[in-house]
Design a protein around this ligand. Structure first.
Ligand code: SAM
Length: 212
């Protein structure tokens, strides 16, 4: 069998250079919704898991206490230019933080590309470092509630992008969708959903859970 494993620290080597330029037009309104949620809810200490180029962090007011972690060195190189001293190299399955340290954990488009075992391990770590009553805000691919022609077209566009994102990435995306997408997968942790904002006709969801 062909070995399709990608070294995570080298992933995004090529795409990191154009990542923001290509994806910002599609993600900017979602990132703004995340900023709005944070400003409205005023969490004290925030962690961004899989912060990538640091784009989301760069849109927040400078005085917000936030740290980003990422495993990809090329992405972190850009993050450290975009938001100096806010992002560090760390694996989401082994976070270098104390138990119950954060009031809010955000993670955007970082879970669907992982296999089920890693997703479970990441959620376990998130659970460990998030305070009780803390919030988990995830933006990722989901199944639209209503299947309309437009939602199907947009879903096909996403499918096409994922197909070209690398073999392992695509396999994990397919499993993610087969297992029900964001709401279904994360709901297994049993926390209460306190916010649910769909984008792209529900193909992308911003969901906030409260840890109990
Ligand atoms: C699709 S990018 C999203 C980046 C950013 N959240 C955004 O919205 O633009 C996924 C990011 O998750 C990071 N990532 C993947 N696995 C990780 C892990 N185990 N630990 C930390 N970061 C990881 C990747 O390196 C990449 O930067």
């Amino acid at each position: 069998m062909k070995n399709t494993q990608v070294n995570p620290s080298e992933e995004y080597e090529n795409s990191s250079k154009h990542y923001d330029l290509i994806l910002n037009p599609f993600l900017n309104h979602i990132r703004k919704a995340v900023v709005k949620w944070i400003i409205t809810n005023q969490p004290k200490k925030i962690l961004d898991v899989g912060c990538g180029t640091g784009k989301q962090i760069s849109l927040l007011p400078n005085n917000i206490d936030i740290v980003g972690v990422d495993i990809s060195l090329p992405m972190l190189k850009i993050a450290n230019k975009q938001v100096p001293n806010k992002c560090i190299e760390a694996d989401a399955v082994n976070l270098p933080f104390e138990d119950n340290e954060f009031d809010l954990i955000i993670s955007q488009f970082a879970l669907h590309e992982k296999n089920t075992k890693i997703i479970d391990a990441e959620l376990k770590e998130i659970n460990r470092v998030l305070k009780t009553n803390g919030k988990l805000l995830i933006v990722d691919f989901d199944y639209p509630k209503k299947r309309t022609i437009l939602s199907r077209i947009l879903g096909s566009g996403i499918h096409y992008i994922e197909k070209n994102a690398g073999e392992e990435h695509y396999e994990n995306y397919k499993t993610w969708m087969k297992n029900g997408g964001l709401k279904k997968i994360i709901s297994n942790i049993g926390w209460k959903i306190i916010e649910n904002k769909p984008f792209y006709k529900g193909n992308v969801n911003l969901i906030v859970w409260e840890k109990h």
